[in-house]
Design a protein around this ligand. Sequence first.
Ligand SMILES: [Zn+2]
Length: 455
Amino acid sequence: MSVNEKELLECLRLLVIESTRNDEEDDGGEDGGAIEVAMTDESRRDDLIHDVELKLTQFLEVQFRMDDQSEFNATGYSPEDKIVLPIHQPHAYPCPDTHKTLPSPPSQWPQRPVMIRPTPGTSTKIRGIRLASDRDYRHFAGFCAGCILPVNTGREAAGQSLVVDFESNHFVGTFLLRIKGVPPADKNATQAKKSKSYFDNRKRKFQGIVKGKFKTALPMSECVTGQTFGRQAGKLPAKWVVSTFIKFVSTLAPQLETTLEGDNPRFLVPLAATAQTVATKPHKAAVTQQEEDVQQALNDHLFNYSVYLGATEDIEHDHQEPPSSDETSILQELPKATTSSGGSITARMKARKKAFNSIAAKQAKEPCFSLDKEYTFEFYQHLLIFDEPEFTLDMGRPIGKVPLSPITDGQPIKFLSAHKDPVSGLLDSLWSFDVWHESMYPLAQKAADRAAAKR
Ligand SMILES: [Zn+2]
């Protein structure tokens, strides 16, 4: 806990003691039994603590908030709600490090050489970290919902993957990340070296899944994924390597928007076309009163998680592009839903890519992401190598492994999706996580020093 938090909590304690003392004095010396008074005071104290917690949480929210249009607390807290607030947890979002450009040094990363965190200054807010099979947010040693999030190795037992619930301006969901070869998040967990891995017999080395709901019905053509940076690129490799790379990426993603020069280099591609798997599920509303009550209790427990409870355990399961004729296919949301039976997984992916690239090219206002559905987006790739001292992009022969940290000048890569304003081109992220590798850190530190010297 930082000094500031300690001070705040001490203030809170004094405030509560002070309030109860005044109450006692007001009540005067009635001859009510001492025990009864103590009990009343205790429950009153609980209520007071609760009230002050709410105020303090809201205060902290405002203090750390970078964007003022956030809807994080749009539903609003009311003192009557008995909600479990993260205020007593020192590692809740936001923490004092949440919006620092330079993260804590690699020596403090529990999964060195890799570390992920919510991108500073974006609307991605972390509700908590939990096991995929669990609804309780917990503190996992070494991690912090504000500044260090967990990565899974793929060897986790069923239900034991760590997932992150988040919310942004337009999206609320759950994020699960697996990277091959990183140290396990829980070093004491029973995951023998020989245990089965998600990555067995798979070429991919990185897999990220987001499951969740849109809060705004955004046009699909305006939602993108890719890489964005906050300052200039570093030393680019030879021109031919760059052009080979862009050509290579463009064949995979014809709607690629590339900006290499300037202070905000970015590569963007349409979200619905680019994700390796996209699936939808009707959002199940509670039908019986009992279900309603259970849902309400869960909502309360997850502090007003009213829009979306968070993904269930199935986020861990294998994801597969559904046939386009299936009701879970996003292609069903196109005006002319295709009725083909689907063919192979690859053929299904290709059909979706084609359809959504064409929608992006036309900048169509329809279709929009539905507010009644839960969407699953899966991304994976095999070119990035994380588990070595150098962070590289393996481009195969004849180029080989290209170190990426000098190219980004120590800037992290992103796991990101965003709404792109069709007029201004500005991005408002649906989710944005920074993926750090220790080889980026010295360069990032130098850049931070340069920026400080300029000030
Ligand atoms: Zn933190």
